[in-house]
Design a protein around this ligand. Sequence first.
Ligand code: GRF
Length: 219
Amino acid sequence: MGTPAAESDRPVRPKRLVVLVSGSGSNLQAIIDACADDRLPAEVVAVVSNKADVFALQRADAAGVPAVHVGVHPDEDRGDYDARLADVVAGFDPDLVVLAGWMRILTMSFLGWFPSRVVNLHPALPGELPGTRAIERAWDEALAGTRATTGAMVHLVPDEGVDDGPVLGTATVTIDVGDGFDAFAAAMHATEHALLVDTLTALCTTSPDRTPDLTEVTA
Ligand code: GRF
């Protein structure tokens, strides 16, 4: 019998990612690109959307990744939808479920199936601006003179808390109101893309019994 390989010598099996989306999918694209050029040791095994006509599904298709629409049935409650969604996602056997622009709050009917495996991206720093339109709200506060910085975070989703959970990575963005909203929004999106890829890379290269160090990206 040979000597067992040291942990660092063992080949890293690419992690299986299922990405949940609801919109344009620019963050999904950042993940797909990072997998393709071997920056991220992972494979996107499916993209699942709650909306039918979103560009993210076309991006998945173009990358040769199964693109699945799981729409809400009339009269279906959140728990029933989430159980059905969990069934679809579990069918792809993910190591991680990545919420990248996923615009529904998940209940335990979904989360209970993937403990410590659901990761969310939010365009604000921990504890700040939970919910939708966080980029616009940060901008409005900057215009009002009550905010000078914001950022993005990636965190685990243990329960139904909105944009809340153990933080895995953060990035700070300075708001320069003189540059206009479009430049600020572009900086936020670029920061999100880099942070999401870097944080997933840390998760995918850390052995399961170790907590990865906090990822920090400087915009
Ligand atoms: C991102 O800003 C994400 O953080 C937010 O929605 C946006 C989705 O962008 N929750 P995209 O669909 O990845 O382009």
